[in-house]
Design a protein around this ligand. Sequence first.
Ligand SMILES: [Zn+2]
Length: 276
Amino acid sequence: MTAEPALPWWQDLTPRQIARLAADDGVAILPLAAIEQHGEHLPLSTDLDIALGLLHAALPRLRPGLPLCVLPPLAVGLSLEHGAFAGTLSLSPETALATLVELGDSVARAGLRRLVLFNSHGGNKAVLDLAALKLRVAHRMLVVRANYFRFAAPPDALPAAELRHGLHGGALETAMMLHLAPHKVRRDAIADFPSLGRALAEQGRLLGPEGEAGFAWMAQDLNPGGATGDARLGDAALGARLVAHFGAALARVIEDARDFDLAALGAAGTKAATGG
Ligand SMILES: [Zn+2]
């Protein structure tokens, strides 16, 4: 990897600089990740490495001068589904929700009203949704739920079945890690990890781990190795393409968050709210 410019970290600023950012109606970005097993070929840090890699890819693509800062990443998230594998760290749902809300409260207290929750781990989705809603209720602020894995992938990047079922440590994550942090990838452990979800879909079932009717799952339910997907389909060139693609999508989300008309966020009841 080439040397990257530092991210514009919240923690590098002073109170006066934060106040300036608020006066400029800037965007705060909170990266959410996980420290959890990704099979034997990828490190526990995979989701954190991808979140930061996509942020690095997004920032140069932003229109110049857009005021923003990046909060300290929430490295450990909600990873209960990976708890059977050594090394997984997880908050409880209650702690994760409280943590997100309290960080959002702090951002609101600093006067910022545009917060992008940028998430790289599927297990964080539910708590991210709840935290965003609680913050919206409490602060009349824009809280964006940006899960990169919900961004449309480049259409010809991978087979549709791999995109749909290679949820964890499959081709997508393996490719991005081979680009972002190749020294952390154990290439001799890269393999095909067939998913129960794919088998059910091929039987024509609506029921699946993330199907039209989903069921709660733990990683070992989908594949005993803890990964799902064909990691052999990922290589560094594909990873570079995916990082550029998702980074560009994230840049658009950040620009949209900056351009969003906050007046659209009405106050409760019939009484018009006073802004700011
Ligand atoms: Zn992951």
